[in-house]
Design a protein around this ligand. Structure first.
Ligand code: AMP
Length: 328
């Protein structure tokens, strides 16, 4: 059912000598894995083409995936095809030079808010953008080449964005696509160790999260990691933000979220929202954000606004619990 759009994308790739890959700000395993994995597939399959992945935004916990390409002159963008992966809206594209590209293709699995590009391939039910890249590879596997380097990048994104194949979006297709990668060759022991082992001190911080977490009347679990707490535990913003999963297994809490002071001049607070059963993206969208139905992000600018968001989430959860019986 998605063959037509994939054929058009492949044709565009064939039409261009130079291809630039782009992803979203505040990168994660999926956007890094998808861009690196796709880059590798394109390099192996079309060795005569120039393929670039230029992005200054990096995350410490993903450094093992290797560096990005060095910046190039603006002229090199102008006759290139840009492929933006895993990014719902243009304002979230990390390397702003994407606007210089001759044409743009969007490949994404987020709920589309405003589309962009000459070709748009969005499947919001996919558990990761990496899964879409593997699907693309499988569709044209007679023409495309893959190796264990590409497979490892793509598997990284599939594992991280699906919560180790736990979240709702995981389908038979997800596992079939993951199987393709394992058949090519992924050292899963090493990968899981790189992704999930935690420092002794970080576990001490997690213990404090369990001490300090709060819960609203109808079961929204949350914690506010303000500047003081970040300093107390000597946390980078990335480390402070990473703890959202800590709140994910409380019976009766079908929604949980973390607020993190960004320590900027505007006093902005990053919100990471997560849920099961109930869809929380309308709350994220109300507070300048978006994402997926059960995993999204937003920004608030004061503690009052944080409390307003919590009240909205609490009301949403209350309504859901009153009208559904499927939750626990
Ligand atoms: P995060 O909590 O940052 O991991 O975000 C969860 C999901 O929502 C990711 O897929 C993000 O790309 C997306 N997301 C986060 N923040 C925003 C935002 N402000 N606007 C749109 N999407 C977002």
């Amino acid at each position: 059912m998605n063959r037509e759009i994939k054929e058009k994308i492949l044709q565009k790739i064939k039409d261009y000598d130079r291809i630039m890959l782009f992803r979203h700000i505040r990168n994660d395993g999926d956007c890094v894995g998808a861009t690196k994995g796709f880059k590798r597939i394109l390099q192996l399959s079309f060795p005569e083409k120039e393929i670039y992945l230029i992005d200054a935004d990096t995350a410490k916990y993903l450094e093992f995936m290797g560096p990005e390409d060095e910046p190039v002159a603006d002229e090199l963008y102008t006759d290139a095809l840009g492929i933006v992966i895993d990014t719902a809206t243009e304002n979230r594209i990390s390397n702003k030079k994407y606007t210089l590209c001759k044409e743009i293709i969007k490949i994404d699995h987020h709920i589309p808010l405003t589309d962009y590009g000459c070709l748009v391939w969005v499947e919001e039910e996919r558990s990761s953008a990496c899964e879409m890249i593997v699907d693309f590879y499988n569709t044209f596997k007679d023409e495309l080449k893959i190796d264990s380097e590409a497979a490892t990048h793509l598997y990284t994104g599939m594992v991280t964005d699906s919560g180790r194949f736990k979240y709702d979006g995981v389908s038979g297709d997800t596992l079939r696509n993951a199987a393709t990668l394992l058949d090519v060759g992924v050292d899963t022991q090493t990968l899981f160790a790189r992704l999930y082992l935690e420092a002794f001190e970080y576990l001490k911080f997690k213990a404090q999260i369990y001490q300090r977490m709060q819960i609203t009347e109808n079961g929204v679990a949350y914690i506010y990691i303000d500047k003081a707490m970040q300093e107390e535990f000597n946390l980078t913003l990335e480390q402070a933000s990473a703890c959202v999963g800590t709140l994910d297994s409380i019976r009766g809490c079908i929604c949980w979220m973390v607020f993190i002071d960004n320590n900027d001049e505007e006093g902005s607070i990053r919100v990471r929202l997560r849920s099961r059963f109930v869809h929380v993206n309308p709350i994220a969208e109300k507070y300048r954000g978006g994402g997926h139905a059960c995993a999204c992000g937003a920004t608030v600018y004061s503690v009052e606004e944080m409390n307003a968001l919590l009240r909205d989430a609490d009301a949403l959860v209350k309504e859901y619990k009153q009208t559904h019986e499927d939750w626990l």
